[in-house]
Design a protein around this ligand. Sequence first.
Ligand code: H79
Length: 612
Amino acid sequence: MHHRRRRLRLLGVVAALSALLPTVGNPVTAAAKPPAPTRPAAGPGTNHATDDPFTAERTSWWRQDRFGMFIHFGAYSNLEGEYTRPDGTVCRNAEWIKRECAIPNDAYEKQAATFNPADFDAEAIVKAAQDAGQRYIVITAKHHDGYAMWPTRQNTWNLRDHSSFDPHRDILAELKTAADAAGIKLGFYYSIWDWHDPDFADPETFPRYKKRMYGQLEELVDTYDPALLWFDGEWDADNPANTWSRRDGADLQAYLHGLDPKLIVNNRVGKREVVDGDFGTPEQEIPTEPVDGQLWESCMTLNDHWGFARYDTHWKSSATIVRNLLQVAARGGNYLLNVGPDSRGRIPQASVDRLRETGRWLGAHGQGDAVYGAGHTGLVAEPAWGAVSRRGDELYASVLSWPAPGKPLHLTAKAPFTVTAATVLGSSQRVAVTAAGDGFDLTPSGAATDPAASVLRLTIKPPPAAPAGTGTGLTAQSWANGSFTGPPSVTTVDPTVNKSYRFDGSPDPTIPADHFSTRWTGSIQPRFDETYTLTTVSDDTVRLWIDGRPVIDSATPHGPRVDKGTVALTAGHRHRIRIDYTEGTGEAHLKLLWSSPSQPQQIVPQRQLHTR
Ligand code: H79
């Protein structure tokens, strides 16, 4: 991606020049066209899986950072949540206002022509995120109304060409510069569903839309080098008809991978299946437990709308935000909290205040350690009184309901470990730790430190781990039929079971994309004496045995699906494993993950797998 970074720097120079010489054209059009992206590999023998998102260097920042700012800002923001019809009646909505208030195209275009977010202050926005403790920002580059917030070359339905805004400004470039300066990652939201493009709804003309959409995404990646793309509007819909398909999603993911292999992409690039993109996207909700088979991020509004709505004062308290974030982190997810700038581009003061309060809590007494770089632990059950995350050999028990004086907080242990020290962050009180029933009683001697949440830090001596293995992977035999019939076509040593063959790929160039089977054999070597959960993500069928005993039996052909089974394993011991996987037609996937009280969810790594 060398040319891209060089190009961005060049752009900075051109932008600086254009500020001096206002007659110089838009910096995007002024820059030289980059070489066409390399065509991603495709066809038999291709595995589209990039890496293991749970452990990859690529996703490391995202997995550590945990807390991001979502920004919904577009032509709808100009209406500030209210549309006055010609007859004088008022209709309310925010970013869906065009559709929900049935605003005719010309009326919507007419109001967009007055959009002038002159007070958009990228540095102030980045500062608000930083003050909140948010470490990445995702802004709507294009929402369902199709309006591009950067000077796209694909059409004139954008902030430079269709507004009253200074045509020499580019708010995405401004945000990128400010975010870079602050060390905050920047990503873009992009809606697939498009209410404005005349070619979107008709399957006949959709290829023309798709070409412009790919063009816009290439512009975004080349110009602003985003860390992440957040798709939306992938669902089946009417008015306008949305025909986005799993195949469209697979094509787009391959295209994006060709543009920038480091991009992190959400699951709405496809159809929100467990195999789509890098992470799941629960919206306005927090999953009640860790999500199987994929990373996840919960996105949520700060009031009741994504886009600015001048009448919406139903703000969440900072205590609610802190608690949500703690719960999300303890369940291994990220929290993407939204702000909606007004028609002038200003984040509402009520949002700024709550963000600052949240950041104050995270910055106090090292309480942020319960969130940043921390994640789910299977060592304890989630208590009713709070949330527990793990960071190295420390457990952070965030107490949302503080006990009455002298009363204990009970923790259920799911594997044997010892607590060597316990403190309340920001307090000198003692915490008595006693073995009790199925775990521990923690009895703090004093009061809560904060009404939002008080954090107990427990230093633990974790269950002992066997040394990392020296495995090279499993033996994989593949057949060019779906039933393991006859001698296998190919036999290889497969470092991990992490396959996304999608529609066109297969285990080997000699094996067609449909009707094949693979059998993995060898041994799996755990590092802990614990009950492991083995998880498969499969399409079409999978069966798995450990030491000859069935653990997963999912032999009815299915679309992308998660199956789990538990088995007690012995640290350092090589347990025999066999996996039978078949593909009929359509998409093909198979992933093998494991987790245990001491082992966070991940693709079973190569070094713990042996060919025999
Ligand atoms: O971008 C934000 C939303 O606009 C978008 N996703 C987040 C991140 C979103 N799309 N759909 N939904 C949220 C849920 C759908 C809600 C609906 Fe409705 C109920 C669509 C029509 C009725 C909400 C209420 C939108 C219009 C009225």
